[in-house]
Structures are given as C-alpha cells and as structure tokens.
Design a protein around this ligand. Structure first.
Ligand SMILES: [Zn+2]
Length: 419
C-alpha cells in the first residue's frame, strides 16, 4: 500500500534494508562523517518525513524556498534542508559532482549521497529570508551561521537501519508505519500535537480542545478522530526537559486514562528546531501532513523564541499561503488557563475572569517540579508528576531537566549497527 504525502506525492522511501545489498552498494565509496543534524535529516529524507524531498536541496531549491517559500516545482516549502561541508574536505577527498559518497555517523555507515551539485549560498541571506533576522541572539541564526562554507545537493539512500534505544524505540514510527497504524485504528481525522514539553493540564486541554475542533460534525456512533502526540527529539539545551521524560510523561497521561486508548497515541519525530516561528509552523504542518495527520494544532508563539515573532504570527501565516498548497488544516488555539473562580481549566477565549485566571507558567511548573512539590490535580496530573520524578532518577541523573552532565553522559536516542 502506498500513501500520499505533501505535494500530492507518494511517501518517499529510500532505504536499503538488506545488509548484504547495502555492503555491495557502499563498496569503494569515498567517506564523509556527518553531524547529528545531518544524520537525523538523512533518516527523515529516507523514510519520507520530508516528502517530496528525496535528498538534500540544490541551489535552485534553496533559493526558491528563501524567496518564494516553495520548491522549484512550486510545492510549498518553508525551511531549507541543506548538506553542509567544508570546501577543504571536498578538495582533500577530491569529491566532485557525479560522485556517490558514503556518509558515516559515529564511524558507522549511514547513507549514500549522490552528488548532483556542489554550491555556495549566502548563509546570512538565508537566515534573513527564513528567520526574518540576522541577530545572533536568535538560536536559528546561530545555527545558520555555524553551517560549513559549501553545500551539496543530491539524493540520499539509507544503507543502515537506525536502532532506537529504549525508551524511544516504543515511540518511533516511520510515516508509512504511522499510516498503517491509523488505518488499523480506523481514524479518519488525526490532529497532531507537537511538543517539547512534559504535559501539564494546559497541554492536556490543548489536545482535548483540538480534538473537539477536528472531530467537528462527525457522527457520534464511532469515534474516528485521533490525536497524535508528536514529540520533537533533537539537540537539547541545559534547562530543557530531557527527551525521555517528554515521551514517557505523554504516554503516562494516556496510560492513566486521561485519554481513551482508541483516540490518542504518542510518537517521536527527529528534528532540530530552527525556532523560525511562522515559517517553522508551516514546516511542522508539512511534516505532520507526511505522517498522515489531517489537522495540526498551533498555540501561542508556536516555534518562536524570545520576542522575535508576534505570538500569533504562526496563526496568520496560514492565511498567507496559496489555497490548496497544504492538505492538513491548522487548528489555531489561544491559551488554556487555570481559573480559580470557574474552578477548572478554562480557555482564554471563553471565561471572563481575566483578573483571577492563572497562566500555566512554565517557570511556576518548573519550580514545583524542582522542589518536588506535587501541584494540584487540576494543574498537573499526579501520575505525570510521579513519572517526571521517576525519569529524573532513571535517565536524568536526578533532574528531569537537561544538565551539562546529562548532555555529556546521556544515552543516544538511536545508534547504527555495524554493517
Ligand atoms: Zn473563569
């Protein structure tokens, strides 16, 4: 069964799963070691998370993305996917257009790259076009600045199947695997919840509210609308929740039956955040369209950072793209607050107790978690709270937040077997 993804194209799958065929394929190829970001993007390309991309972008595609927010064929696309390499290394290994090279990650074979084009692109211009700023206080700008001086465009084929380490193995699905899962569940509509957080009740209600919106007018006889929690797994900064806690706490919310088993599931997706606000919101929509989702919720300041974007830029951007360029529908949500007058979690677009309502402040929740003070059930589910503590001990060297020590010692999310 083949499934259709973004740009009305069949989900890309460029994977050689037989080790003997893979060994044959990589024999004698020049080798280049890649960073974590490139490794994650190779996996995404090869399994179709980035459909219709079959490889890293050519210069013309990068330019079209920067100037028109499309690929050269006119398909909506908002973030350049580039393979960067030092000119020195290209010279040293006499790599040229037309070559196929083997990409290594931690000294293990990962993928082949068929070099179609070796080119340069102004990184500052790229940052300005995608992020709307060149201010180095913006983490996305720093990421663009750190790219090496030369880019390679060309098709990627995975030659080694990444092995996800526990607890991530339970949450890893390729787009085709997710589609099969949705078909089995009988879901007709699937709303994506993108997260990099351990869920408090505000997040839980975001999901519940978005489920109501997506379910809309469907008959009640059979529930056909599901929620896909899609945890973004990527590079971490100190103070972020540890990846293990994010996925396991979302699963705990499910297991503690705050969601029915037949309307909710948790998954992970590999992605290095660019914090590009509205353009990243478009990108997340494309990613989840490829996963088979029909709806995607966007809250306040989605994928933003500091005060670089208006909190609702990521809502407005969906009105600015051509009709029909995206099949997934945005569900635009305001904030869920705790209201002591209503005595419930309430929507900022509903209850008028604006003086009494309390925000789910990340700082407040964080200090409760740090002090191990169990918050009220209406703010943070006790089962989730216990799970955060368990994850802190089991994975986080005592803390559910990334510390320098955790970042240095953590077990990798995935590894590659020897071929
Ligand atoms: Zn109220």
């Amino acid at each position: 069964m083949s499934y259709i993804g973004h740009g009305n194209k069949e989900i890309v799958e460029r994977v050689i799963s037989s080790p003997s065929k893979a060994k044959e394929r990589i024999k004698g190829l020049k080798q280049v070691s890649v960073t974590g970001r490139i490794a994650r993007e190779c996996i995404n390309i090869a399994y179709g998370f980035f459909t219709p991309l079959e490889g890293f972008m050519s210069r013309a595609d990068v330019e079209a993305v920067c100037k028109k927010m499309t690929l050269i064929n006119g398909t909506l696309w908002s973030i350049p996917i580039v393979f960067d390499i030092a000119r020195k290394e290209i010279k040293k290994k006499s790599i040229k257009e037309g070559d196929t090279i083997l990409l290594l990650y931690h000294d293990r074979a990962l993928a082949t790259l068929e070099i179609e084009e070796i080119f340069n692109y102004d990184k500052i211009e790229m940052a300005q076009a995608i992020l709307g700023t060149t201010d180095t206080k913006h983490p996305g700008v720093r990421m663009f600045n750190e790219l090496k001086d030369t880019f390679i465009g060309g098709k990627v084929t995975l030659v080694n199947i990444p092995k996800f380490n526990p607890p991530f193995d339970k949450f890893w699905y390729t787009p085709n695997q997710l589609r099969e899962k949705f078909a089995k569940k009988g879901w007709k509509r699937i709303v994506a919840h993108q997260t990099r957080n351990v869920p408090h009740s505000g997040h839980e209600w975001l999901m519940k509210g978005a489920w109501f919106s997506a379910n809309g007018e469907l008959p009640v006889e059979k529930l056909q609308t599901g929620i896909l929690v899609s945890c973004i797994i990527g590079p971490k900064r100190t103070g972020d929740y540890i990846d293990e806690a994010i996925a396991l706490c979302h699963q705990r919310l499910h297991d503690a039956r705050y969601f029915r088993d037949d309307i909710h599931m948790v998954s992970i997706a590999l992605w290095d955040m660019r914090y590009a606000g509205p353009k990243e919101a478009i990108f997340h929509a494309i990613l989840r369209e490829n996963l088979g989702c029909t709806h995607h919720m966007f809250g306040r300041d989605h994928a933003g950072v500091g005060s670089f974007y208006d909190p609702y830029d990521a809502h407005r951007v969906f009105d600015q793209i051509p009709k029909g360029s995206l099949s997934i529908k945005p569900i635009r949500v305001l904030e869920w607050w705790y209201c002591p007058v209503c005595q419930e979690v309430t929507y900022s677009g509903l209850c008028a107790h604006s003086k009494e309502r309390q925000k789910f402040s990340g700082t407040m929740i964080r200090s409760m978690v740090e002090d191990k003070v169990k918050p009220t059930k209406l703010i943070f589910r006790p089962e989730v709270f216990d799970k955060v503590m368990e994850c802190a001990d089991k994975y986080g060297l005592g803390s559910p937040f990334c510390t320098e020590e955790y970042l240095a010692k953590r077990q990798p999310v995935f590894g590659l077997p020897a071929l």
